[in-house]
Design a protein around this ligand. Sequence first.
Ligand code: CO
Length: 211
Amino acid sequence: MKTYESLLNDNKSWAAKKLAEEPGFFRKLQHVQSPEFLWIGCSDSRVPPDQITQTQPGEIFIHRNVANLVVNTDVNLMSVLDYAVNHLKVKHVVVCGHYGCGGIKAALSNIDFNQVLNMWLRNIKDIFRFHRKELETIGDEEKKVNRMVELNVKEQVFNLAKTAIIQKCWNSEKRPDLHGWVYDLGDGIIHPVVEMKAGTDIDPLYEYDDL
Ligand code: CO
């Protein structure tokens, strides 16, 4: 494990290496940012979005939280979504979970994680309840968690489609497409589990009129 001083030293050598490879690298990025992707991922340190997709600075706009949730009262996430969709004009929004997610495991347990974490994890317990029938047929605990990871990603993609931010943009500009992916910590591969192209029909209960 690195010490905090080595983070600063390694940052200096990274910057020097980038400059050597491409002298205009930082100058080019200083004044514009036009990423095509918004990435909503888990905070887990083993799932670094830019490394696992080999993207460079400037290519993806990133929001991360415990278990990659899209909670409609989360001002932080909604601000990121609004900015990415309406100002950066991203073409794709990716929700990426990962097998073996600690947040999902915690939510499926009965452990009291105290006030704030309990509040956050409650969102996940609700998803378990929607899919209880299927999940309760899975005997193996690890398999159950991993299926729940996939179902969670799907629900979060649906949660994006329920927002007026996404619906408005679908109506006027036919973007962004929504993607739900799951990263496998065991082999580093990302598995797509759901896709909603811009304009896909959603449950009318969540549709807004006159956007
Ligand atoms: Co996680």
